[in-house]
Design a protein around this ligand. Structure first.
Ligand code: GLC
Length: 413
């Protein structure tokens, strides 16, 4: 039996698409969030970044609006990353936080939560569990774990209702007891509806951890279908990825994924019911790079043209050829058709023409009608038992949807 998801988990799955933000002192160097470790920068020297941190262009409202208009329903922001610096007011637990940074003196998490609440976006808090700054991490681990718990308690009590916590770093000390039960109990005590996620890292995709965990993670990977048969609890799945090769901004990282690739990745996530958490790495001053903004807006535009169906739909047993698949909500089944190309005349259309019959297997129930979501065009089809053959025209000249969605009305058997 597949367990029924708890409300917060079912709601999280419906959110479908979120924004990940990696922002911290490291952003000023433009060499990724691991530069302190990879560049072997001693803490005293790294502290210089604390003195120069201003966040003068960190505009939480603009970020929340960008997410909202692009179809993202939640934002997961690094409240503290491995460097140990907090964007929130740690309430005296440490003075290594944004409100104490001489050039900043703002609680960026307060700004973030307020902006999310105003825009109807769910705020999620990424929080590191490993720490390169505080001595106790290596010298007195029980004291460190208390510091971590107290820090999380601040996040759970100072900012009203939050979406959840997204932890990362347990993989750094696989042999120790991280006292996860105590950490998660702190969250459940103050924020019973918050999601708890703990990234299993690059080496352990989709691994199930502590029973309190609400979603597995697939870092930088195409998520695999989840087999929830016989699970104690229904857990969601989330795939997080970078737009280029860094989470924290890399000034000379030009290796960007293309818009079609990102659209297809979003679709591939929804195919198996996973959320897609797409990262941006703001500049040292906190601005979103034009390239990153542009890619997000492009996905948003695709979602409003043909992907509105990505949120409430669930995976189905229907199988398509290649990348093609179908997901369904209570009323409709959505066929995601790839590589159609553009319909046009040979002298002008270079994108090719992938128009033709698309075969879907295992379609239960009688198909009554099928139409493209983007323009409402009715499609011709033949159904033979569980086999469905849709004649899928290419994209009309003037468009190329990359993935085109057709919605079908199917009468239950
Ligand atoms: C890795 C990295 C970290 C990044 C995270 C995002 O675990 O250590 O820098 O924040 O992935 O998923």
């Amino acid at each position: 039996m597949i367990p029924t998801p708890e409300k917060r988990i079912a709601e999280f799955e419906r959110k479908g698409f979120g924004m990940f933000i990696h922002y911290g002192l490291y952003s000023q160097m433009g060499k990724g969030e691991w530069i302190m470790c990879n560049g072997r920068i001693p803490d005293e020297k790294y502290r210089g970044l604390f003195d120069t941190f201003t966040a003068k262009d960190f505009d939480a409202r603009a970020i929340a609006r960008l997410a909202k208009k692009s179809g993202m329903n939640y934002i997961t922001l690094t409240t503290r990353h491995h460097e140990g610096f907090s964007l929130y007011d740690t309430k005296g637990l440490s003075d290594y936080d944004a409100p104490h940074a001489p050039g900043c003196r703002r609680d960026l998490i307060r700004e973030f939560v307020d902006a999310c609440n105003d825009e109807g976006i769910m705020p999620m808090f990424y929080h590191t569990t490993l720490d390169w700054h505080v001595k106790s991490f290596n010298d007195d681990f029980p004291a460190y774990l208390k510091y971590l718990r107290d820090s999380v308690e601040v996040l759970c009590t100072e900012y009203g209702k939050i979406g959840g916590l997204w932890f990362d770093g347990n993989w750094s000390k696989p042999e120790v007891d991280w006292e996860e039960d105590a950490l998660y109990a702190t969250i459940r005590r103050h924020q019973p509806d918050a999601l708890i996620i703990n990234n299993t890292g690059l080496g352990a995709q989709g691994k199930l951890g502590n029973p309190e965990i609400d979603s597995v993670t697939f870092e930088q990977a195409r998520p695999q279908p989840m087999n929830r048969e016989g699970m104690e609890k229904y857990v969601a799945a989330e795939m997080c990825c970078t737009m280029n090769d860094h989470w924290g901004v890399g000034d000379n990282d030009y290796n960007y994924k293309s818009l079609p690739e990102l659209i297809e990745t979003l679709c591939a996530c929804r195919r198996i019911g996973a959320n897609f958490l797409l990262n941006v790495g703001p500049t040292g001053d906190g601005a979103i790079l034009p390239m990153q903004k542009c890619l997000i807006e492009g996905i948003g535009s695709w979602i409003s043209a043909c992907g509105g169906s990505i949120y409430d739909s669930k995976p189905t047993a229907i199988e398509g050829d290649g990348k093609n698949f179908a997901i369904a909500d209570e009323n409709r089944t959505y066929f995601f058709i790839h590589d159609l190309g553009i319909f046009g005349q040979a002298h002008v259309t270079v994108a090719g023409n992938g128009e033709g019959i698309k075969h879907f297997r295992n379609v239960k129930g009688r198909v009554k009608s099928i139409k493209y979501v983007d323009n409402g065009e009715e499609l011709t089809f033949i159904q033979k038992w569980d086999d469905l053959f849709i004649y899928a025209p290419a994209c009309p000249y003037g468009s190329n949807y990359v993935v085109r969605v057709a919605e079908a009305e199917i009468e239950a058997e």
